[in-house]
Design a protein around this ligand. Structure first.
Ligand SMILES: Cc1cc2nc3c(=O)[nH]c(=O)nc-3n(C[C@H](O)[C@H](O)[C@H](O)COP(=O)(O)O)c2cc1C
Length: 357
């Protein structure tokens, strides 16, 4: 176990510098959950060895918040706000446009604070047709007006706003924004008045059923669970100076499979399966557990950071091909049929669900 102090974490550090640090840490350090898995190993599917389907004719297309997707997958919000981030965003956007899938931008806090950084998020030129989500942190909602958020979304021509619920990350940052009082009312207000669909997302520690039940009473249109088992944001923070509590809370949170099942039970709108989605079988399991589509961050980040549009495309094409294979193996000719397929829960995940409300 490391001792935390790898990067220089100056408390006065601006958003742009912090973003650069995060990208470097994710690229160079081991930042995945260690003792907690997504729970997908505890999910087994009914194998249909007489499917009466042609693999090539399986229809992967779906719709999310008014936009069509050629496959039920999007790239989770990651970057923006630094020159390196611009390159990564453009690579991801081009791959998503070619594949007809969705993309999230990273936190746009940097471009509110420094409008000249807008260009680092500006991917519409290269991806005119994709579903594109803007992004802001829950802790920043107390600082920005509705008009500032509307402008932030308009400036990048996003289709929706994702509000990330990253309490765990802010809590372990020495300079974190830790005043969450009134955030639920703020989310309600933004969802009601933004003029674009609003959804909430985790950042790798999940969203519980009880939070989903509260969000269900708002105009929030989707939950992107971003559960535990993949990238750990407390883990990432622990590599920054004075954020050693991130080591203690490295594996904190709701495993992705548990988060999907709990949210499905308590939230009757769209759900995205995410957090540790590492292959097409994870995606298929997530959709059978109750999600409408899946999203992934880390594998795409690595492919973009170390490679180019083609390496990102290869990663995403592999996901898509594996989703198609999974659909054949459970006998689903389209996403609607996939939703209705049976699953079996085993072990620790069953234990969590048995004790859930
Ligand atoms: C390099 C990087 C930067 C990220 N930045 C943001 C961000 O700005 N806003 C956000 O909501 N989530 C951010 N995330 C979190 C991801 O959207 C996702 O929730 C998390 O990485 C878990 O998914 P994964 O296990 O597939 O990586 C970032 C993730 C990575 C890897």
């Amino acid at each position: 176990m490391h001792t935390g102090e790898v990067m220089n974490g100056n408390e006065e550090m601006g958003t742009e510098m912090r973003k650069k640090q995060h990208l470097e840490i994710v690229a160079k350090k081991e930042v995945q959950h260690k003792t907690k898995s997504t729970g997908f190993d505890d999910v087994e599917l009914d194998y249909n060895c007489l499917p009466e389907l042609n693999k090539r004719q399986i229809d992967l297309s779906t719709e999310f918040l008014g936009k069509k997707f050629k496959a039920p997958i999007m790239v989770s919000g990651m970057t923006g706000g630094a020159e390196e981030a611009k390159k990564i965003n453009l690579i991801i956007a081009e791959a998503c446009q070619e594949l007809g899938i969705g993309m999230g931008l990273g936190s746009q806090r940097a471009m509110i604070e420094q409008p000249e950084l807008k260009a680092t998020y500006d991917v519409r030129k290269i991806a005119p047709d994709i579903f594109l989500a803007g992004n802001i942190g829950v802790a920043q909602l107390n600082k920005y007006s509705l008009q500032q958020l509307q402008k932030m979304i308009e400036d990048v021509q996003a289709d929706a706003l994702a509000i990330h619920l990253n309490v765990e990350q802010e809590a372990v940052q020495p300079e974190g924004d830790v005043d969450f009082i009134g955030c639920y009312e703020k989310i309600k207000d933004i969802a009601q008045n933004l003029g674009k669909p609003v959804y909430v997302k985790g950042v790798g520690h999940g969203i519980s059923g009880s939070v989903a039940a509260r969000l269900n009473k708002t105009k929030i249109e989707a939950i992107d669970v971003q559960g535990a088992g993949g990238t750990s944001w407390t883990g990432i923070e622990s590599f920054r100076k004075q954020a050693t509590a991130g080591i203690t809370y490295w594996d904190f949170g709701m495993p992705t499979a548990v988060s999907i099942i709990q949210c499905r039970k308590n939230f009757n709108k769209k759900i995205i399966a995410s957090g540790g989605i590492r292959n097409g079988l994870d995606a298929v399991k997530g959709i059978i557990l109750g999600a409408d589509l899946c999203s992934t961050a880390y594998p795409v980040f690595k492919a973009a950071y170390e490679g180019n549009v083609n390496t990102v495309k290869q990663v995403l094409e592999q996901f898509i091909e594996e989703i198609r294979i999974g659909m054949l193996l459970v006998g689903a000719k389209n996403i609607q049929e996939l939703h209705r397929k049976k699953y079996y829960l085993l072990g620790k995940t069953l234990n969590w669900i048995d004790q859930s409300d």
